[in-house]
Design a protein around this ligand. Structure first.
Ligand code: GLA
Length: 364
């Protein structure tokens, strides 16, 4: 297996796109985007993954705030499959018992998370090699054709995910997909953030705001019960920013099931459906780093690294401790194909799946 960072050798520089650098190791490439402010994002076509995000702290010190590896084989073999930085799909999050019915036809998917299906199955979109094209200044488009029947899903699904680093210190992620048979689709990105820097301890001191008055409670297997419960008066109330660790130790059945936060929040949408909403913010007081998440999606999975336990070492050799990173996975709600009262995730032939999420970085 090729190393994606085996040597810091950039072998190609696209004319006219001077800020995108490409390191090429056979079919696996790494792309480096850098804006005028010096923010830098690295991507690889293995899993359409964000491998690194370097942003300034309040003193101008650059740190990598995304968990990840140097070597593609680590992405492939990591214990407990953390999905660091990758696109997950065809269906990000869980589908109960790996079963669903579309237009009267029942489909059966791999059960790779207890009795349930998680993040697209055994070989989800995080574990395939995507095609890549530089599509503009600081923009790379990854494409993949998921075949009819792949991981049990119906329909040839053609996907394009474009990452753009803007001059406003944003990572903009545009998702597009089309299909030739009705299929569930729910794409997201699974970056783990630690705004202190990757490997710099746990994330419990980050002050998180989630723009959601409701969340979808789950059963033991993290499948939604179908209810949308108010966050008010529960540890799930992040409507006003609070440290992630403040209520995480409370005695609460939902926290027990999630082993902490690992839940979908129902976003309070501004404006019309399909418009961008400020979904969440995270502030890290010691470095001053501030992150805002905007999305067209109706939900966001807040997962706080409950399965990290110090066994994984990251790209700079530092240990990823328990709760050493958090994910804000913009998405439709888990198990939507089996929960008709949730917004639909079924994409039909002739329709476009089109969604956008933006992560914006600044300091305070
Ligand atoms: C998601 C899930 C978690 C866990 C992580 C990967 O966020 O909701 O339960 O599986 O992915 O470790």
């Amino acid at each position: 297996m090729k190393k994606i960072l085996a040597a810091v050798v950039f072998v190609a520089l696209m004319a006219g796109c001077a800020s995108v650098k490409v390191a090429d190791f056979d079919s696996i490439q790494e792309y480096t985007l850098k804006n005028k402010a010096g923010m830098e994002v690295k991507l690889t076509n293995y899993g359409a993954t964000i491998t690194s995000i370097k942003t300034a702290d309040r003193d101008g010190k650059m740190d990598d705030i995304a968990l990840g590896y140097n070597d593609v084989s680590d992405y492939m073999n990591a214990v407990d499959k953390p999905y660091f930085g990758s696109v997950v799909g065809r269906y990000g999050n869980r589908i109960a018992k790996g079963r669903f019915t579309v237009d009267g036809e029942e489909y059966e998917l791999a059960t790779n998370n207890g009795e349930n299906h998680l993040h697209g199955g055994v070989i989800g979109f995080d574990k395939v090699v995507w095609d890549a094209e530089i599509v503009g200044k600081n923009a790379v488009c990854f494409t993949y054709l998921a075949k009819d029947g792949e991981e049990g899903y119906p329909g040839n699904l053609s996907i394009a995910v474009t990452y753009t680093l803007t001059e406003e210190n944003e990572i903009q992620i545009d998702y597009l997909a089309t299909t030739d048979k009705a299929t569930p689709v729910n794409l997201t990105n699974h970056t783990y953030f630690n705004l202190k820097g990757e490997g710099e301890g746990d994330i419990l001191g980050h002050e998180l705001m989630i723009n959601a008055k409701g969340f979808t409670p789950v059963d033991k297997g993290l499948i939604p019960t179908g209810e949308i419960a108010p966050v008010a008066g529960t540890p799930f109330d992040f409507t006003v920013a609070k440290p992630i660790g403040r209520d995480i130790g409370q005695k609460d059945q939902q926290l027990e099931y999630g082993l902490g936060y690992d839940h979908n929040f129902v976003l309070d949408k501004e404006g019309k459906e399909g418009q961008m909403t400020r979904a969440a913010t995270a502030y890290e007081p010691t470095t001053g780093r501030f992150m805002e998440v905007f999305t067209k999606e109706p939900g966001i999975q807040f997962y706080c690294g409950n399965f990290l336990d110090g066994r994984l070492k990251g790209k700079s050799g530092k240990t990823y401790v328990y709760r050493g990173g958090f994910c804000l996975e913009t998405q439709h709600y888990p198990d939507s194909p089996n929960q008709p009262q949730f917004p639909s995730t079924i994409l039909r032939p002739g329709a476009d799946y089109e969604t956008r999420t933006t992560y914006r970085f600044s300091v305070r």
